[in-house]
Ligand binder design. Structure first.
Ligand SMILES: [Fe+2]
Length: 185
C-alpha cells in the first residue's frame, strides 16, 4: 500500500504523520508543490509488454500530463530484482540531490521509496503500482529502489539530456530509513 510519513528533519525515528490514505497523501504533498495521483490502466499489460504497450494502457493520462506540463520525452524503465547492476543502480540516487527539472514518475508495477527534504521536514513516500509522483525542480530528495528492485515506471522529461543529479553533500539521507520491502513495510 502507498504510504506517506512526515518527519521533523532532526527526528528520523519519530514520524509526526503516517498515512496510507491517498487523498490525504495528495493533500499533504500538494502543500509543498508535489503532485501525487492515481492512474488506472485502460487495458491489460502482459508481463514483458513493450514500452509502447505499457504507454498505450495510460495514453489519456500521459497525454494530459504532457499537455499540462510541456514534457518532450516519455519513456518506460523496467528493473527486475535479478538485474546484474542493481546494486550500482540503487546507489546512484541514495544521497540527497536535486535536479534542474521536475522528476515525474508513474509506477506501472512494483514500488520505490522517494524521500523529499523541504522546509525542515522530511517526506517519505512509498510509491506503489498506480501512483504518479511529480517532484518539482530544485527540491532536495533521494530515491531508494531497495536491495531487490522491482518496478516498471513511466518517466517524463522536458530535457532528458539535462536530467542529472546535483548532490548537496549532506548526510541526511543516511539518517532516514532505507527501502527494505518485506521488513515491516
Ligand atoms: Fe532524483
Amino acid at each position: 500500500m502507498s504510504r506517506l510519513r512526515i518527519f521533523e528533519e532532526e527526528h528520523p525515528d519519530a514520524p509526526v504523520l503516517t498515512t496510507s490514505d491517498q487523498a490525504e497523501m495528495a493533500r499533504e504533498l500538494a502543500r509543498i508543490g508535489v503532485g501525487f495521483e492515481q492512474w488506472q490502466a485502460t487495458q491489460t499489460i502482459a508481463p514483458g509488454a513493450s514500452p509502447d504497450e505499457v504507454m498505450a494502457a495510460y495514453r489519456s493520462d500521459i497525454d494530459r500530463l504532457v499537455q499540462e506540463r510541456g514534457f518532450t520525452t516519455v519513456d518506460v524503465v523496467s528493473i527486475a530484482p535479478d538485474h546484474p547492476n542493481r546494486g550500482e543502480m540503487r546507489s546512484k540516487f541514495l544521497d540527497e540531490h536535486f535536479h534542474k527539472e521536475d522528476e515525474v514518475r508513474f509506477f506501472v508495477a512494483g514500488s520505490g521509496l522517494f524521500t523529499l527534504h523541504v522546509n525542515g521536514k522530511v517526506y517519505e513516500i512509498k510509491c506503489e503500482q498506480g501512483d504518479l509522483i511529480a517532484v518539482p525542480d530544485s527540491t532536495p530528495h533521494w530515491f531508494d529502489m531497495g536491495p531487490e528492485p522491482n518496478f516498471v515506471a513511466i518517466r517524463f522529461f522536458t530535457e532528458p539530456e539535462g536530467w542529472v543529479g546535483h548532490f548537496t553533500g549532506t548526510d541526511i539521507a543516511r539518517k532516514f530509513p532505507r527501502y527494505e520491502p518485506g521488513h515491516g513495510d
